[in-house]
Structure formats: C-alpha cells, structure tokens
Write a protein that binds this ligand. Sequence first.
Ligand code: AMP
Length: 185
Amino acid sequence: MSQKLVIFFGPPGAGKGTQAERYASSKSFAHVSTGVMLRDHVENKTELGLIAKEVLDSGKLVSDELVIAMLKERLDYEDASEGAVLDGFPRTIPQAKSLDSLVDNNEIVAIVLFEVNKKELIDRVLLRGRADDNETVIEERIKIYEEEIGPLLDHYKEKNIIHINGVGDVGSIYKELSNSLSKFL
Ligand code: AMP
C-alpha cells in the first residue's frame, strides 16, 4: 500500500504543529516534525544535537543534508506506513526535490498552508517561550519563512493546496482542516 503524505506549511507560531499532531492521530498517520526531532537531539545531547544547537538557537535553517537524512529514515518507521503529516519539511527547494525522489509523486496528496498575520505570530511565539522563541530570533525565523514559502508553493503548484486561516480557536480550525482534507484522503 502506498504511503500518503500531507505537507503542512505555515510560519512559526501558526499552530500547525498542534493541528498536524491531531490530524495525524485521527488518520493513524505519523506526525513528522523535523523541528521536534531536532530539538530532541539537542535535549539528548546527541552528536547531531550538538551540531544543530547553535543553528536552532539562531533561528536559521539546519543543513539540507542533515534534515534530508533524518526525514528519510523517519518515513521508514512502522507508524508512517499508511501515511505521514510532514510538519516543517520541506523548507527549501533541495529538500522538496529530495522528497520527490524518495516518494511517488501521487503520494503527496495535499499541501496545507496555514495563514496568520505577523503581529499575531510574534505575540503567540513570545508566549510559548521556547529556546528559539525570543523577539530577535522569531523575526529571523519569520523572514526565512517568507523567503522560502514562495518557491515552495511554486514547486507544488500542480498539487491540491488548501489555505487555512490559522487565527481562531483550535477546534474550529481543526474542523475546517479535516473537512478540506477529507476531499483528498
Ligand atoms: P520548527 O519547529 O519547524 O519551527 O523548527 C525549529 C527549527 O529547527 C528551525 O528554526 C530550524 O533551525 C530547524 N529546522 C526544522 N525543520 C527544518 C528543515 N526542514 N530544514 C532546516 N532546518 C529545520
């Protein structure tokens, strides 16, 4: 059986992690967040974590090579056999291209784009208080997101792209999300 993939895009603080987690568990898909995986490495002080820590703290992106290897391995886990929600990957065109070479084109079923205005994002992220959630770093992360998202959406222009307004209560956003995705999954 083929593995179905849904890609969630959205700026930091858009709430896509929460929605990805919930949606993935409703479908028995894996929730694959490269950010969570990297933070786990940092916390456990693995070799990879020691390399990645400084980059994560600065808000910049970790090397394509490193995240591609990590993702490739993750998609082979048993819990991803039916499908996966990709949260935070791909972030660059080389990452998108390597994903294309890893899976069949028709396995990428839909793209979800969470939209939240910048002021709301900054307010939310400052409340969250993660190590990379201070005001300077969040500005940097939003800037990087804004630079990457255009080319990525262009790369996936033949795909079903679902726009979700990420402002509102978690439950209503989830309803809208699962309704929209039910057309494709
Ligand atoms: P996130 O939790 O998705 O916001 O990711 C947190 C941080 O992890 C980012 O600011 C990057 O430093 C790093 N990161 C996560 N995913 C990727 C990726 N696909 N490519 C490069 N860096 C990533």
